[in-house]
Design a protein around this ligand. Structure first.
Ligand SMILES: [Zn+2]
Length: 412
């Protein structure tokens, strides 16, 4: 019998492992920062004991959700400007306000607020892109969450860098300081092709490749962006960034709403992760990403809330449900993005999109103990059918609510 730190037992354990195993009643054994055992409750009880044994009966024990794209300090700008076109919203409202008001203190407060909201809704890991990312990373680490933190680089002056060169130097310093941290994966975030120059994209990709960290960028978010790319560069967005070596880096591409089949294959060839942000894309009327096709090709598509100024919350249950429903409505095929696949996008596939799939996203021995417990006894969860082997995923995706989350653990 091995003595461990935590034994979580009696829950319906949804592993999201390769074989999609569900144990009910199941148990998860945690030692230090990692999961050491997952299986039927009886079998785990024979192998492990702990003074911290928690009875989780009546609950679902799931991998912590992965929010694949956000700008968490924008919690401070929630509800500031709504119902606008992306360019009007971004260039007319957000960026001018940010230039005036965004400070390290603003980022710290916004991050703490956003992390509290995410923890309470079962999110254990997220991908961020903002200014003063050093402050963001420090606040995230303080809350105990896991994050891919990307220092924004723009061709215009930003709240934390008067020029692109300064922004790139800040990104390099940030990566050097945080690389190897237990919770924070630092990275560089050239905001988008239309806010970058060719040289900037190349320099950012080279920086990410040099330190072997991801590069986080918005790609092909609107039709206007693609038209602009065609008229300026004679080609759509993905070939243009490819031409300028973007895929030398491990890319996390937010949106990819307006990409054709060839571009999807390019993203797949270079193992880029995609962050699908259905609420943000609908609210800003950017369009509907061809998610069913991306999944069919084998792209790793995670689900993101985007920033709280364009959503306006950080609720991955809402977002995952919308991702499943939108793909069906857009394709006219109710069998696409079934509940299990939507759950996969919100967990292990999202972790892979962030290039963190070896560490988090599923409940498996060797992975970090990033998990959430959900109460299955609420009125909206009654009755519960188990006729279909995948019924638990339908329950989680079509019924689950952020308020059902009772407990969250990150990194043990
Ligand atoms: Zn974004």
């Amino acid at each position: 019998m091995t003595e461990i730190d935590y034994l979580l037992t009696g829950a319906t354990v949804v592993t999201a492992n390769e074989n999609w195993e569900v144990f009910s009643p199941g148990a998860v054994a945690v030692s230090g920062d990692s999961i050491v055992g997952v299986g039927p409750a009886e079998a785990i009880a024979v192998e492990y004991s702990s003074t911290m044994t928690v009875d989780c009966s009546g609950k679902a024990l799931i991998p912590g959700l992965v929010n694949a794209h956000t700008h968490v300090p924008m919690t401070m700008l929630r509800g500031l400007a709504d119902d606008l076109r992306l360019d009007v919203w971004l260039l007319g409202y957000m960026m001018p306000v940010e230039r005036e008001f965004v400070t390290p203190e603003f980022c710290r407060t916004g991050t703490l607020l956003g992390c509290a909201e995410m923890i309470r809704s079962g999110i254990t890991c997220f991908a961020d892109m903002y200014y003063f990312e050093e402050e963001v990373a420090r606040a995230v680490a303080e809350t105990g969450m896991r994050a891919l933190c990307s220092q924004t680089v723009l061709k215009f002056p930003t709240p934390d860098a008067p020029s692109f060169e300064d922004g790139l130097a800040a990104a390099r310093n940030f990566i050097e300081r945080w690389k190897g941290h237990a919770l924070i994966l630092p990275s560089v975030g050239p905001h988008a092709p239309y806010t970058s120059t060719r040289d900037m994209l190349q320099a950012c990709a080279a920086l990410a490749a040099e330190y072997d960290v991801p590069l986080h960028i918005h790609l092909a978010e609107t039709e206007h962006e693609v038209e602009q790319s065609r008229s300026e560069h004679n080609m759509p967005v993905i070939p243009w960034v490819k031409k300028h070596d973007l895929f030398d880096a491990k890319v996390l591409a937010a949106h990819c709403v307006h990409v054709d089949s060839g571009e999807i294959r390019t993203l797949h060839k270079y193992r880029a992760g995609v962050a699908h942000n259905p609420t943000s894309n609908l609210k800003l009327a950017s369009g509907i990403a061809p998610v069913a096709e991306m999944l069919q090709v084998g792209l790793d598509v995670g689900i993101g809330t985007d920033g709280p100024a364009s959503n306006n919350d950080l609720d991955m249950f809402e977002e995952t449900r919308l991702a499943a429903l939108l793909a069906k409505g857009a394709s006219g095929d109710p069998t696409v993005v079934p509940a299990r696949q939507a759950f996969e996008m919100a967990t292990i596939m999202g972790a892979r999109a962030l290039h963190l799939g070896d560490i988090t996203g599923s409940l498996e021995p060797g992975k970090r103990a990033d998990l959430a417990l959900l109460d299955l006894n609420e009125l909206h969860n009654t009755p519960t059918f188990r006729r279909d082997a995948d019924a638990i995923y339908a329950q989680l995706v079509y019924v689950g609510k952020a308020a059902d989350v009772s407990d969250v653990m990150v990194n043990g």
